[in-house]
Ligand binder design. Structure first.
Ligand code: PA5
Ligand code: MN
Length: 198
């Protein structure tokens, strides 16, 4: 059985900068509100928020210790607290390019949840991702993370090296569900119903 080459020590260990919400020395990308046009359901609220100035909605930094068949990659996400209308600040969301790839999410700080949507059936669900929560993203499932609290949400995602990120479907059709604040709690409702005023 071939064994993956052991990566450098530097890639076997990592330090998280919990203040800044990224791995020390790792690449990171910051996603601004201006890049999220079309992702939030309430266009008017999105335009109003944009008119008040641009800001970082979330950032992710990642580590890729190896690229063998059994290797794992991981990403540290940080979502700012905030809302656009009744929707929480959230990630764009994606499917894995290699659909059989699952992922484990671990909540490190703050309050949040994961919106999961089965690509085949369209069935949606929300899972808590508060500090201390773990959540499993099954194969073939679109996933988006949102900050439902008042402080930054930090979380770690661990996924197969072969997973890849496929943003195309979500950028085109978005999720079929939205997660909105109702009575101080996150609730999932169908996008079509939300857009009709539910
Ligand atoms: O790989 C993952 O699922 C995460 O690390 C995400 O990349 C992270 O939550 C940022 O979300 P997105 O990739 O949808 O912009
Ligand atoms: Mn993922």
């Amino acid at each position: 059985m071939p064994v993956n080459p052991v990566p450098d020590d530097a890639l076997l260990t990592a330090r998280m900068d919990l203040e800044r919400g990224c791995f020390r020395g790792a690449p990171a990308r910051v996603i601004l509100l201006s890049e999220m046009r079309g992702y939030f359901a309430d266009q008017a609220a999105c335009n109003e928020a944009r008119a008040r100035g641009d800001q970082a909605v979330y950032q992710v930094s990642w580590l890729e210790p190896g690229s063998g068949a059994g290797d794992l990659h991981y990403g540290l996400g940080r979502i700012s607290p905030g809302r656009v209308g009744r929707e929480y600040f959230m990630t764009k969301g994606h499917l894995h390019a290699w659909r059989p790839a699952a992922e484990v999410y671990i909540g490190l700080q703050g309050r949040g949840c994961l919106l999961l949507e089965d690509e085949t059936t369209g069935q949606g669900r929300i899972l808590p991702l508060d500090h201390g929560c773990m959540a499993y993203v099954p194969a073939g499932t679109a996933h988006r993370t949102m900050n439902t609290g008042e402080e930054p949400l930090l979380y770690l995602g661990v996924y197969p090296a072969a997973a890849g990120h496929d943003y195309g479907a979500i950028a085109t059709r978005n999720f079929l569900h939205v997660v909105v604040e109702r009575g101080g709690e996150p609730v999932m409702i169908e996008r079509a119903a939300f857009l009709k005023g539910a």
